[in-house]
Design a protein around this ligand. Sequence first.
Ligand code: SF4
Length: 295
Amino acid sequence: MKQPANPLTISARNAGQVELAKYCPRCCWYLLRIKKMPFAFGMPGLMFYMEQVEKAFIIAYLNRTGSLPKHLKPFSRCNGSVEFPYAMHHFHEETGVIVSARPDMILSNPDGSLTLIDLKTSKPDGGGKEFLPQYQIQVIGYSWVANAEKIGNVTAAGIIYGDIQVDSFVKDPLKLQSGEGFNVPFALSSHDVPLDYKRLTRCLTEVNKVWNAERPPKGVVGCKDCKLLTRFVDFENNLQLTDLRLDAAFPDYHLIRIQQDFDRRRTRPLPMEIEDLLSEDHWDEEGGMWSNWEF
Ligand code: SF4
């Protein structure tokens, strides 16, 4: 396969996958190229609303008190929120990668510097804990972009977790009954992320190496996803082989095989050139079984 001619553009969050224990350069090679996996589920709606609620609370609290709750230190000193573009990107000279960022919140500090915050709706010590290194790179990268794009001097960054208090709710659900339903307790906690930009550079160097690799690197031995993927491809290969055999044995089957072949190919008439694959991110659109099928 031809190597990409354009520089890699990647979000700091995606670059952060390099720091995960389960990072696989092979999967990274494919993901950088195909950009969107089939059968992918978007963020569940409830999570999206929870983030909105979290953000609304923080802004309302800041507006009323000029600070954040004490237990959210070191971010409790923040005294306001600042405006910034929804999406930003900047060229990282050292690695030759364009880093993109979509921060959740940028807050002002009393000394005029800024604090960049990412909101997560999960338990800090729950099942998503393994993703913490990636989240850290995400806020480090977003802070780097915000600085480079001259939003201000970002000197601190971190994560504010919003965690549903299921245990306390289940203990006495009727206590939290409201007019038309119930209120769910929601606790916030903070996680400070030191702005170690060397970590970002290491991740960008690795993803750029994978981006420029002509062939996919070796994958993780024994990975269950790879087995499933191979099985999926085997189904298709097997179908094509069966069609060819039937075609040879029963000439009348010829038209059915052509029809099947046409059905397979009409979604992708010709393999695309790498430049076309990478030039426009037109893959990022609705589609796939999960949105088209009624379960
Ligand atoms: S080994 Fe697993 S993680 Fe690596 S390419 Fe295969 S599916 Fe992806």
